[in-house]
Ligand binder design. Structure first.
Ligand code: 4NP
Length: 154
């Protein structure tokens, strides 16, 4: 199975989701069975590592995002991935515009699918540290639901 997380810049929310899911899959013994990646709808940060604030907040919970580099989502991703999860409605709308007919990937709003208290991961880029903690809280919770779903499908 292949999972792609998408946000706007691919330096805050989706790299966090990639790191959290990879770690949870590792702990569940499923790391070899699921490919996980992330991308941005925008291209401003392509090639850059995740935002220092995201890296710091993630590392405090033992998720190492340092090896990740930002990339932009492409039309080919809709054939490669089984799931493409958008972090907010604006990302979802952009992805729907890009999605080709006959797309292999199931496209959804990440939190909506996994019963979170809210259905968007708020953009923390212009926020203080609390925003980055909230991103982690929401993503950790939803990834637990995703690991269960993936386990059922493998
Ligand atoms: P992300 O956050 O979409 O979670 O990576 C953002 C990063 C950069 C920008 C916006 C959001 N930006 O405008 O550069």
């Amino acid at each position: 199975m292949r999972v792609l997380f998408v946000c706007l810049g691919n330096i805050c929310r989706s790299p966090t989701a990639q790191g959290v899911l990879q770690q949870q899959l590792f702990q569940a013994g499923l790391a070899e069975r699921v490919e996980v990646a992330s991308a941005g709808t925008g291209a401003w940060h392509v090639g850059k590592p995740p935002d220092a604030r995201s890296q710091r907040a993630a590392l405090a919970r033992n998720y190492d995002l340092s090896a990740q580099r930002a990339q932009q989502v492409s039309v080919a991703d809709f054939q490669h991935y089984d799931f493409i999860f958008a972090m907010d409605r604006s990302n979802l709308a952009d992805l729907k515009r890009l999605q080709p007919a006959g797309s292999r990937a199931e496209l959804d709003l990440f939190l909506r699918r996994f019963d979170a208290p809210v259905d968007e991961v708020p953009d923390p880029y212009y926020d203080g540290d609390a925003g980055f903690e909230q991103v982690l809280d929401l993503i950790e919770h939803a990834c637990q639901g995703l690991v269960s779903e993936l386990r059922g499908r493998l």
